[in-house]
Design a protein around this ligand. Structure first.
Ligand code: AMP
Length: 292
């Protein structure tokens, strides 16, 4: 593993040319798109990319188009040097850190709007969010035409949206989804955890606890409405305003029929703690219900 500071690239054309040159020299390039404020969850993606590939690029771009008008774009934490120090420890060769005008040139007028998995949950609660995500990731894939891109299961719905886009637009990149990295008390690492007061940080453990409880209830055969209700109750007891607490099909986010025992399921939660909105999820293991 190289311990050297990554090369920071600001220009789309420069980045693209370097990736193509590296591939022409026989390298396999991995790519990790991020918004910076890097933590061990992001680092795990860089590590996985470095294990699979000979060269790794990470993008750091706080994408304005995926934030709603009253969301946290302005206060989102930014520290490029600290992020590069983290990435230097994980063998990352290039950091693509464009300005907003580089990603969204004057008079740009194209958006990538994904349907299907982009529609429920975050899609309903954050109108335009996934169009912002898909548009920027599509453009990032042009700047960084890597062989494989690495995303976190932490943002499960986002990973489905990206896979859908890559499939529908036949983008020549493999999408890999890596496990969620958590604190020892279960809280999923997130750049937004930095907003939490210590009391809120304590209450935030209810998200992972609710998901673990859902997993146990699921395995003992509880009904989906009962599991969803128990998750919501647990979040509310921690003074978390619940946006959703749901069990759905993992690959489509569609409702599951009560008798369905074969479709992989996932529990999803989202809620507001003070001024901070957090999301989390847990893929559920297969279960066998007693036949009547
Ligand atoms: P972000 O910087 O929040 O846009 O996230 C960049 C990538 O890191 C996305 O693919 C996220 O899903 C992933 N990520 C964020 N938090 C975690 C985590 N706790 N574990 C694993 N991956 C994560």
């Amino acid at each position: 593993m190289s311990d050297s500071y990554p090369i920071v690239i600001r220009r789309h054309a420069d980045m693209r040319q370097r990736i193509l040159a590296s591939q022409a020299a026989g390298e396999r390039v991995g790519f990790v798109p991020t918004m910076g404020s890097l933590h061990a969850g992001h680092a795990s993606l860089a590590q996985r990319a470095a294990a699979d590939c000979t060269a790794v690029a990470v993008s750091i771009f706080v994408n304005p188009t995926q934030f709603g008008p009253h969301e946290d774009f302005d206060r989102y934490p930014r520290d490029l040097d600290a992020d590069c120090q983290v990435l230097a420890q994980h063998g990352v060769r290039w950091v693509f850190a464009p300005e907003v005008t580089e990603m969204y040139p004057a008079h740009h007028a194209t958006r990538v709007v994904v349907g299907g998995p982009a529609e429920p949950f975050e899609g309903q609660l954050r109108p335009g969010h996934f169009a912002g995500v898909a548009t920027v990731v599509c453009r990032l894939f042009q700047a960084v035409p890597a062989d494989a891109a690495y995303f976190g299961a932490k943002d499960w719905q986002q990973s489905l949206v990206i896979k859908q886009m890559v499939h529908d637009l036949a983008l020549p990149i493999e999408v890999l989804v890596c496990p969620t990295v958590r604190e020892s008390d279960g809280l999923a690492l997130s750049s937004r955890n930095a907003y939490l007061s210590s009391a809120e940080r304590h209450r935030a453990t209810a998200l992972a606890a609710a998901l673990k409880q859902a997993e146990q209830d699921w395995l003992r055969g509880a009904s989906i409405p009962d599991i969803e209700q128990a998750m919501a109750t647990r979040l509310t007891a921690a003074s978390i305003t619940v946006d959703y607490a749901a069990v759905v099909a993992a690959d489509t986010l569609m409702p599951l029929s009560p008798a369905d025992q074969t479709t992989p399921a996932i529990a999803l939660v989202a809620g507001q703690i003070g001024t901070t909105r957090l999301i989390d999820n847990l893929p559920l293991p297969p279960r066998t219900l007693p036949s009547c």
